[in-house]
Design a protein around this ligand. Structure first.
Ligand code: PLP
Length: 360
């Protein structure tokens, strides 16, 4: 028996532009010329597919450092890279259970506590490790008060990092405070590469660059800020075909809950994309899509498999199989995200399993 298909011919897809990905990598590298640019490919490269993304960055941009969250992600990544040379840092420190993975797949842990530091020192000796010091995010990483004790352990710390809490707002005073705190911490790890910046920090000027940039969202074409950033090229386009057309008489309604009521005649196009594919229901009656270069607002609620668009005012009335773009080169992901109470990060990672990832 043949295996059943895993893509849906009439369904939604995401065009992922690997040249744009590489252009964003090169842009970050140019913004931070004194630093190494590393790629954060956690969460299956932000939902976009870790294999083609890492392959493009490795082969075309010679990216030599990758970050993931879990050692299991690191093991998968090492296997698909097929080479032992690029460094893979794992934000999750080692545990008794995951130590063998670090060893077997040549992964570098980012140590987050004195306990993890002791475990690594006892079991792995001077194998290279990173360390994450929490300078104010109060989430992951060892508190500044633990730095002296960790530094005393004689680990081979090759990378010392911290993470900005407010990089989405470059003027936020917390950024300066964390920068100052990080400089103090850095003195305890004189031989380590220093890393404070993710995408936001990379685009905030050289004060934040240090030795290593951990670039994520900007590579994938999303802004790390609360506004768009024209230095970033769109990478992902979420698209779906029109599958049905309807004429609405005044008084008729659309979709679940009948939240859209036609006050005049309307033309409606039903498109094969829904919240089951990761398009947020919060975009109902608020966000829009682009069909043949024209803007069509969402009319009625987003359902699991379908979105209905108001195409009444389009100069070029859509036909079945015409393509609607929900974000991409024609419509910034930042704008769609805002209209859905989201950010580009969760628009990408939320893309569902039915969305065919097509690499161009
Ligand atoms: C996800 C993550 C990054 C990448 O952040 P972007 O804003 O996507 O560039 C960098 N560092 C840490 C610790 C992260 O968790």
């Amino acid at each position: 028996m043949n295996t059943p298909p895993i893509t849906f011919d009439g369904g939604p897809w995401a065009d992922i532009n690997l040249s744009a990905l590489c252009a964003n990598f090169a842009m970050i590298r140019d913004q931070a010329p004194g630093a190494e640019t590393a790629a954060v490919v956690k969460c299956d490269a932000y939902g976009l597919g870790s294999a083609p993304i890492t392959k493009a960055l490795l082969e075309r941009e010679k990216c030599q450092t990758f970050f993931v969250v879990y050692p299991e992600e690191g093991a998968t990544l090492r296997t698909l890279l097929k080479t032992s040379s690029p460094r893979i840092f794992v934000f999750d420190g080692p545990s008794e259970k995951t130590l063998p993975l670090f060893d077997q797949f040549n992964l570098i842990p980012v140590i987050n506590s004195i306990a993890e530091a002791n475990l690594w020192r006892t079991r792995m000796g001077v194998k290279p490790a990173g360390v994450h010091i929490d300078t104010g995010m109060n989430r992951r990483g060892a508190p500044v008060s633990d730095v002296a004790e960790i530094a005393k352990l004689d680990l081979n710390i090759i990378m010392a990092m911290s993470h900005l809490a407010c990089a989405s707002e470059p003027e936020h005073p917390k950024n300066r405070m964390q920068l100052d705190a990080f400089k103090d911490v850095a003195a305890s790890f004189p031989d380590a590469q220093l890393s404070l910046a993710a995408s936001g920090g990379a685009l905030m000027g050289r004060d934040y660059h240090f030795d290593l940039i951990r670039a994520g969202i900007a590579l994938y074409g999303g802004t790390p800020f609360e506004t768009d950033d024209e230095r970033i090229t769109p990478v992902v386009a979420l698209r779906a075909p029109v599958v049905q057309l309807r004429e609405l008489a005044p008084g008729e309604t659309i979709g679940y809950g009948a939240t859209f009521i036609a006050k005049r005649p309307f033309q409606i196009a039903t498109v094969a994309l829904g919240y089951g594919d990761g398009y947020p229901r919060a975009g109902s009656n608020r966000a829009s899509a682009i069909i043949n270069g024209e803007r069509a607002p969402l009319a009625g609620r987003v359902s699991m498999d379908f979105i209905t668009l108001d195409v009444t005012d389009l100069k070029n009335p859509p036909k079945i199989h015409d393509i609607a773009e929900f974000f991409g080169p024609a419509l910034p992901v930042h704008e769609t995200a805002q209209n859905c109470d989201r950010v580009p990060y969760d628009m990408f990672t939320g893309l569902g399993g039915r969305v065919d990832r097509r690499y161009v």
